[in-house]
Design a binder for this molecule. Structure first.
Ligand code: FES
Length: 130
């Protein structure tokens, strides 16, 4: 269990979560990486797409800790199972002309079935900004 899962489990035991769904429930979603590889992963509910991609050989690239860089933008092929954009994500996406995109560091898994096309996978170069 991840630190997030452990925290949520403790909250639910202590009655502070306010959540009705099982926090450790896993749901399937599909990532298509830039090389065309299609991989189905099992993600815990409420994980971001970045967190869910950690089981991929090369996870989604990120570039900032607070959701302002747009480096993690992914194309959404099927939005089934994704939560609504947060106000911060909606603000950043409103500046883009493309539709059907999400910030993978903000978009949360709320159910099964999302299909995501990854634009950039993590590498040391993406961390250095090269
Ligand atoms: S990693 Fe910077 S906006 Fe998502």
């Amino acid at each position: 269990m991840t630190p997030f899962g452990l925290r949520n489990k403790l909250k639910s035991i202590l009655g502070r979560s306010g959540q009705t769904e099982r926090v450790d429930e896993r749901v399937p979603l599909t990532f298509t990486t830039p090389d065309g590889t299609v991989t189905e992963v099992q993600s815990e509910l409420r994980y971001t797409l970045v967190m869910a991609s950690q089981t991929l050989e090369k996870p989604i690239a990120t570039g900032c800790p607070d959701g302002h860089c747009g480096h993690c933008i992914v194309d959404v092929l099927d939005a089934t199972g994704l939560g609504e954009p947060s106000p911060a994500e909606a603000k950043l996406l409103a500046e883009k002309t493309e539709k059907s995109i999400r910030l993978a560091c903000h978009a949360r898994v709320v159910g099964p079935g999302a299909k995501i096309k990854v634009r950039e996978v993590w590498s040391m170069d993406s961390v250095r900004g090269e």
